[in-house]
Design a protein. Structure first.
Length: 506
């Protein structure tokens, strides 16, 4: 496992009398010569530290003395001081791990004296980091085996698998230095390419289409790396709107051979996959979902089901209805679907039903929601796709005369508004008007009652079968309201021919 490097170092070893033969046990993967070579290179020329500073940390070294030396070097260089055997001598003169080597000062001088070149500093660092990952993998594997042997009533096998997946993902993310500064010319080139793509599309949408003309105009579609929050009170139709958007995006992807729309992963934590499929089938076959559930369907409906199911089966739309998923599990499953089917959009219905990954966060609901929204935003950025997450609203909406939601109505955490790139509310005034049909008051004259009832009737006719998508926050565009058509029989949202924006516009 140990790689021979072009240095004059001899690794420090334990006393021969106390050392065991290699046949009795396997030592963890490490390369002491690489650690010595890197430390020596940095002590000779502190600029060598810049080549490993982004990914290498003290704990990545195998030898505890090397960990302390690298930590001291790191602190001194980052304070703008010179780190060499002279400046570090006082810190390590009496280090117990280096007494056998003539003391810390002698060992540091030996490290610097035996350096051949600093050119390979990054290669030494990568070798050290790779061996650290191997040791961590051994540790994760050992923990998995030990935990699997334990019979804990509070932790089942699936919980252990999720925890193992999280550990492996965190390990895979360690030292990931793909980011960094990008020349503005490169960013500008990507921006122009995005504008050109939108121009060539008939819809002029730069992101993933919502399937709703006026909403696309306002948002430009859902953009990669964006977290979109869709919130509403119960019975407003937020699940229906999210399902409509997600399915139309997947359908557009199929019909355009991948040029528009996206492959969609739908996490349905509230409804089963069968219930979600029934909604989509009702919409596509134009048969009432309520009648399908009650079995009140006619013989003529079955050909519609067959035709619709043939079309639906080819759509890249994947549903996961596992209840109470953790953010870590969502991330793992998204990464898997991205690898196998080029996932292009994620929907979570709804974020309050997710679990945080850490035990401390779960003790505080506000902290847990903050962790969940940060996790969803991280998924959007890592996989470069839009994440549409549904959210509940507080009951404060019901206590106001105007029931239209506001940003302050988002439940449990201000981090939802903070982390989201777009916050959108769905509102149906018809729902409230149906429950507020005027009744004649005591001592009210018939004329006055008739006037009041006529005003209610007029307003009800104006909002019948309509809904409002209220865009309360958009990081990269205007806010405002888009009116939509809503058909409760098929739980379907669509475009209004007379749709116009209400409120602030471009």
């Amino acid at each position: 496992m140990e790689n021979k490097l072009p240095t004059a170092f001899e690794p420090r070893i334990l006393d021969a009398g106390s050392a065991r033969t290699s046949s009795e046990y396997r030592t963890p993967p490490h390369n002491e010569e690489a650690e010595q070579a890197l430390l020596g290179a940095i002590l000779v020329n502190n600029k060598a530290y810049e080549r490993v500073a982004e990914f290498l940390r003290p704990q990545h070294f195998y030898d505890p003395a090397h960990q302390r030396i690298f930590e001291a070097v790191m602190k001194m260089i980052e304070r703008g001081q010179i780190a060499n055997p002279v400046t570090l001598k006082a810190y390590f003169e009496n280090d117990p791990d280096l007494v056998a080597d003539g003391g810390g000062g002698s060992y540091l001088a030996e490290l610097a004296a035996n350096v051949v070149t600093i050119v390979n500093a990054e290669d030494y660092g990568r070798t050290i980091f790779d061996l650290f990952l191997r040791r961590q993998l051994i540790e994760v594997g050992t923990d998995m085996v030990n935990e699997a042997y334990q019979h804990d009533l509070d932790t089942n096998a699936m919980n252990q698998i999720e925890q193992a997946e999280k550990q492996l993902f965190d390990l895979a993310s360690t030292g990931d230095v793909q980011g960094g500064f990008v020349a503005f010319s490169e960013s500008l080139k990507l921006a122009i390419e995005m504008a050109e793509t939108a121009f060539r599309r008939s819809s002029h949408v730069t992101g993933v289409t919502t399937g709703l003309r006026d909403l696309d105009r306002k948002l430009g579609g859902f953009h990669p790396s964006d977290l979109i929050i869709l919130a509403g009170r119960p019975s407003m139709g937020k699940t229906a709107l999210a399902t409509n958007i997600a399915f139309r995006a997947a359908k557009a992807h199929m019909q355009s051979n991948g040029q528009e729309g996206a492959c969609v992963g739908f996490f349905s934590l509230e409804m089963s996959s069968e219930q979600l499929a029934t909604r989509i089938l009702a919409d596509e076959a134009e048969v009432s979902g309520d009648k399908i559930r009650r079995g009140e369907i006619r013989d003529t409906d079955f050909p519609k089901f067959i035709k619709a199911s043939q079309d639906l089966s080819r759509v890249p739309f994947f549903v996961d209805d596992t209840p109470a998923l953790s953010v870590a599990a969502v991330r793992t499953r998204c990464r898997r679907l991205k690898r196998t089917h080029n996932l292009g959009m994620v929907v979570v219905d709804y974020l309050q039903l997710l679990r945080g990954s850490s035990a401390k966060a779960s003790e505080n609901r506000v902290l847990e929601i903050s962790e969940i929204t940060r996790g969803l935003k991280a998924i959007a950025k890592e996989l470069d796709l839009p994440v549409l997450a549904l959210s509940q609203l507080s009951r404060a909406v019901e206590s106001r005369e105007d029931k239209r939601p506001q940003l302050s109505d988002l439940r449990e955490s201000g981090s939802i508004e903070q982390d989201a790139d777009v916050v959108m509310f769905v509102f149906r005034e018809q729902y409230y008007l149906e429950r507020a049909e005027p009744a004649r008051r005591p001592e009210e004259t018939e004329d006055k009652y008739n006037d009041r009832y006529a005003a209610w009737q007029k307003r009800y006719a104006e909002v019948h079968n309509t809904a409002e998508a209220i865009i309360a926050k958009q990081r990269h565009g205007p806010v405002g309201t888009v009116r939509l058509y809503f058909d409760g029989q098929f739980t379907r949202f669509g475009d209004l021919d007379t749709t116009h924006d209400i409120g602030p516009d471009e």
